[in-house]
Design a protein around this ligand. Structure first.
Ligand code: RNT
Ligand code: ZN
Length: 423
């Protein structure tokens, strides 16, 4: 798709306006183009996965609501949907797979028995699609997670089961990274916690630390696999106690040199994830982000271009830390067209980043240094009304992806021709 004349004219004016503030729009677009998002496979099928013994997979404190038609039911359907979504997101991106999405054929393969071979067809597919592949242990939606505890269970057999699962997931991740020639980020989130006041917090956290030490004792080459651990504040059924809190993983990851995964929905609703970035970057080489949108709770709504997303990206850019970020998406909405949701959330993340990149940082910093806080505020206010949309449209046109009505048409066409037939 080439730029329409109106896009080009609008873009030319926008570029001049940004240039007047000292912002190089062309450089900005180049930077934006270089950022790959890790697209979460679980938006396509409401976090169900493809295990033979699958029960309600989205247990463990996470919840998908809505009954919109067209969820992917098979690996082939999910791949078609990911490819469709990716074709409508400018740039080149990665796929983020959960262990429960393995290609198990007709066999029931339990979580403590998964092997790299179960992910071979995903690696082949990603290679064809020119996508990197990231990976996640799946420690929820399983009878051995029913007590609410996995790696921090007081039952040694349950702990051993999940240790084996995560150990295998790391091994699979390393094979993925080596096979595709780009490091696979392996993320670990566990649901462990309790609904009500728990008196043995210390015991569960000690058990978790020790289980993790067993898991991460084996080292993999950072070119193949990078490990991240994801904290949380609370979940459904774990309102009063979450073993893997932010403090727990902050300490754990820093002392063990792992990545910390920061999910936008995993903090107090009034707490700003954006403000954490400049602190955490002092003590961590890289950070993994789960870009999400909590509405009143960790509800995993589709990401939109709101203040939270924008200020997060601003902080990353202001800290000159884009290359130290692994940006993954984490939302799941079954109340609307799922491909549309994927595309909108991904594009909103990119838009937030674009806005941040279009900020005249040097000028703002100079006002701040002079103590001219009126000028700083005034310029920040001006930026909100700058023609950022024209730059976004040009970015999409350059990437050959539709915007506006054409995007809606493309999504609805796919719904009519592909999703409707799924019943
Ligand atoms: C749960 C975490 C976790 C999951 C995915 C499916 O609260 O955010 O990242 O959403 O692993
Ligand atoms: Zn998450």
């Amino acid at each position: 798709m080439t730029a329409t004349p109106s896009t080009s004219a609008a873009f030319a004016i926008a570029r001049e306006q940004y240039a007047a503030l000292g912002v190089d729009v062309d450089q900005t677009l180049k930077t934006l183009r270089s950022v790959s998002l890790s697209l979460h496979c679980w938006q396509g099928d409401d976090v169900r996965g493809f295990e033979r013994h699958a029960d309600a997979a989205s247990s463990g404190g996470i919840q998908v609501t809505g009954g919109y038609r067209g969820a992917a039911r098979t690996i082939a359907e999910l791949r078609a949907d990911v490819a469709k979504a990716a074709s409508l997101i400018p740039g080149s991106h990665r796929l983020n797979l959960h262990a429960m999405y393995g290609d198990f054929g007709a066999k029931a393969v339990d979580r403590d028995a998964i092997e790299p071979v179960h992910f071979k067809s995903w690696m082949d597919w990603c290679r064809d699609q020119k996508m990197g592949l990231d990976f996640n242990s799946t420690c929820f939606g399983h009878p051995h997670a029913d007590s609410g505890y996995t790696l921090s269970s007081t039952d040694p057999a349950i702990r051993a089961f999940w240790i084996e699962h995560v150990r295998r997931c790391r091994e699979i991740s390393a094979v993925i990274g080596k096979t595709l020639g780009t490091p696979c980020v392996h993320n670990l989130w566990i649901p462990d916690g309790a609904k009500d006041t728990t008196v043995r917090r210390s015991l569960h956290r000690t058990l978790l630390r020790d289980a993790l030490d067993t898991i991460y004792a084996k080292k993999y080459d950072a070119d193949d696999c990078r490990d991240a651990v994801e904290s949380k504040l609370f979940g459904i059924g774990s309102e009063s106690f979450v073993v893997g809190s932010h403090e727990f993983y902050m300490g754990y990851a820093i002392t063990r040199k792992l990545l910390i995964c920061l999910d936008m929905g995993h903090f107090h609703p009034t707490e700003s994830l954006a403000d954490k970035i400049s602190s955490m970057l002092l003590f961590n080489d890289e950070l993994l982000l789960h870009v999400s949108r909590g509405v009143r709770w960790d509800s995993d709504h589709v990401v939109t271009l709101n203040d939270d997303t924008t200020s997060l990206m601003e902080e990353i850019v202001r800290a000159d830390a884009l290359s130290r970020m692994r940006i993954a998406l984490d939302f799941f909405d079954a109340s609307m067209n799922r491909i549309g949701a994927w595309v909108l959330g991904s594009r909103a993340t990119q838009k937030a980043l674009l806005r941040a990149l279009l900020e005249p940082r040097a000028k703002l910093a100079a006002y701040e240094e002079e103590g001219n806080f009126f000028a700083r505020m005034s310029l920040l206010e001006d930026l909100k009304a700058m023609p950022f949309g024209a730059v976004w449209d040009a970015f999409c046109a350059h990437a050959g992806v539709p915007t506006g009505e054409a995007l809606r048409t493309a999504i609805m066409e796919y719904e009519r021709t592909v999703l409707a037939a799924r019943g």
